[in-house]
Ligand binder design. Sequence first.
Ligand code: CAA
Ligand code: NAP
Length: 248
Amino acid sequence: MANRVALVTGGNGGIGTEICKQLAAAGYRVVTTCVDPEKEKIKEWQAARKAEGYDIGWVQCNVADFDACQAMAKQVEAEYGPVDVLVNCAGITRDGFLHKMDKSNWDAVIGINLTGAFNVTRQFIEGMRERGFGRIVNISSINGQTGQFGQTNYSTAKAGIHGFTMALAKEGARKNITANSIAPGYIETEMTAAIPEDVRQGIVNSLPGGRMGQPHDIARVVVFLVADDADFINGAMIPVNGAQFCSF
Ligand code: CAA
Ligand code: NAP
């Protein structure tokens, strides 16, 4: 995989960091986006990965901003080469019951979690079609499958991600481009740490295994889906939720 470039949006977050590490370990040249390099201390993050043995690049980009995504794509391709693997992992929550939700919290979640996937994928899809190869993985959520208290915005975005994935999968199938989504259950990161303690404890107690998942549980599925020979796994949504929600 030495020549394949993998771009991970939100690659410096909890799940994203593990995706970057596992892709780098599998031989991809990995680049992450970062919204605010100073605030997120991206150079320290990069140095920490380097100390662990992973060489990971970064580019500044707010995925909610189409023009910024266009500029970011030009920069990535100039510095690293064509992007063959794209993981849309950037995401936020702004939880609140609908009867209390500000429009700004609706717009922010849809703009980053759903429109962000369009804004970034749109930059790379033509190149993938021209080269006849592409692997796209979109990080959805169990809460897009089931709905969740306080998450009309997030559940909408994450369910939308799967519609986006299925349509894109059909469009790319004859060009050796796959698009799949992963629907993680509750995973231990800053995102779940932000849930009010009493509610979070209630969620953990309700989980079949009595514990949340870890970022590496998601990353291993990403590595599996982006392999060159994973070309017939297309348009799928892979749940990784410790049996919290089982369906067929
Ligand atoms: N599961 C079950 N019950 C929940 C719940 C949840 N996830 N979230 C809220 N509730 C229940 C509360 O326990 C409470 O029940 P009681 O009235 O019986 O006590 C009721 O809903 C009202 O909750 P609050 O008193 O907390 O009401 P609020 O208006 O102050 O806050 C809320 C509402 C914003 C939804 C807050 O409860 C909250 O943040 N809940 C967590 C929601 C959640 O699960 N978010 C997931 C974030 S992580 C993520 O999204 C990653 C992923 O993809 C899995
Ligand atoms: P996290 O640690 O909070 O990471 C979120 C990442 O998204 C960060 O790298 C953040 O970058 C990035 N991001 C936020 N806004 C952005 C923007 N406008 N443009 C570009 N990047 C942006 O959360 P996580 O738990 O790892 O979540 C990663 C993904 O998994 C999200 O899509 C989330 O919805 C999904 N997910 C999480 C869980 C879970 O239980 N944790 C479950 C299901 C799905 P900065 O740090 O630079 O702001």
